[in-house]
Design a protein around this ligand. Structure first.
Ligand code: F6P
Length: 370
């Protein structure tokens, strides 16, 4: 008899930045679990609902019924709420002198989990959430992870849901910006999210016919981008679109950090403004900046992302019913596989410089500023 047959109650948590497709995962988990006769509870705001239940009027745990997850597949965001603060393994505490200390509250979280008589956890999140899930699994909690991020930087899965939606929206924006850039003979710099990986910039830039794409994997020299813009001018192409990943950096320089905040990783942002100012100076052309930011995370998931998310949610429940623990569901087309959680966060998945999309971009004449 499989260990999964002893499950009665499971919990699901969504952690880290939201990504389109989270609600589809929740719905798939709930419907698949209900079919097996299990009860499903959603933890509010990452793990906060379990750790600080008194902060919630209806409690930090929400019973997820068929009705509660009706009609949510196409909705962006997460009905459970999320947070990229309050990591239970490194919880920030403000001391009386104003300094911040970090304490490990994972045992407390596991105790709260057991006290609510929950048998297993499905943890949906990015690298930070998978690392937390791995710690909890190593401490004995029955956990299955579901990878999400618009950044596509999680290793061991071919893709994460949210990424396709972000690329689609960025591409649509580039299509729109082409018209206005051409009409005014301007350079338009478009900054996109992606943290330390250039996936969103690369894929939207190629699909949206950018003239230059700056990604963290290829430190740039703006003189070379300016030369590309000037060469276009000589061919009568009086406008240019430059896509900049928020993690892009100049040769010999470093990433542009928007802020350092206690209890979370550094927040990137601002490189687009520097690139736009410098390109205006180097080319003498009027330059504008568009920062797509959180627009990339909102909105309805594309059909592709909905499908990946629904498959991941159903696969996570199958994993539990097969008695799998300490694993992350992962896309390895045409299959969804289970990979050890500890392997999912060993390295960040960045753009391989010899990948076909990179080669295609170079063959199309797109500049990377190198
Ligand atoms: O990881 C997703 C992501 O959107 C990154 O691309 C971005 O750097 C970060 O989250 C932004 O975080 P926040 O929502 O806290 O500003």
């Amino acid at each position: 008899m499989s260990e999964g047959t002893r499950i009665r109650k499971i919990a699901i948590a969504t952690g880290g930045g939201d990504a389109p497709g989270l609600n589809a995962v929740i719905r798939a988990v709930v419907l698949s679990a209900l079919q097996r006769g299990w009860e499903v509870y959603g933890i509010r705001d990452g793990f906060t609902g379990l750790m600080l239940p008194e902060e919630y009027v209806e409690g930090g745990l929400v019973r997820l019924t068929r009705d509660r997850v009706r009609g949510i597949t196409h909705l962006g965001g997460t009905i459970l709420g999320t947070t990229n603060r309050g990591n239970p393994t490194r919880y920030p505490i403000r001391c009386t002198d104003g300094t911040i200390e970090y304490v490990d509250r994972s045992d407390e979280l596991i105790r709260a989990f057991c006290m609510r008589q929950l048998d297993a956890l499905i943890s949906v999140g990015g690298d930070g959430s998978m690392a937390i899930a791995n710690t909890l699994a190593q401490k004995g909690l029955w956990v299955v992870g579901v990878p999400k991020t618009i950044d596509n930087d999680l290793d061991r899965t071919v893709v994460t849901f949210g990424f396709n939606t972000a690329v689609s929206f960025a591409t649509e924006c580039l299509d729109r910006l082409h018209a206005t850039a051409a009409s005014h003979r301007r350079v338009i710099v478009v900054e996109v999210m992606g943290r330390y990986a250039g996936w969103i910039a690369l894929e939207s830039g190629v699909a949206g016919s950018a003239d230059a794409i700056l990604i963290p994997e290829v430190p740039y020299d703006l003189e070379l981008v300016a030369a590309k813009i000037r060469a276009r001018e000589e061919q009568g192409r009086n406008f240019s679109l430059v896509v900049v990943a928020e993690g892009a950096m100049p040769k010999g320089g470093s990433v542009t950090v928007a802020s350092h905040e206690a209890g979370r990783s550094e927040r990137l942002g601002g490189v687009g403004a520097k690139v736009a100012a410098d390109l205006q100076e180097f080319t003498g052309k009027e330059t504008r900046l568009v920062v797509l930011g959180h627009l990339l995370r909102g909105g309805s998931p594309t059909p592709y992302d909905r499908l990946v998310a629904l498959r991941f949610g159903a696969a996570a429940v199958r994993a539990l019913s097969e008695g799998q623990r300490g694993v992350m569901v992962a896309l390895d087309p045409p299959f969804v596989e289970y990979v050890p959680l500890e392997e999912s966060t060993q390295r960040m998945k960045t753009v391989p410089l010899d990948s076909d999309t990179m080669l295609t971009a170079r063959d199309l004449g797109i500049s990377f500023g190198d």
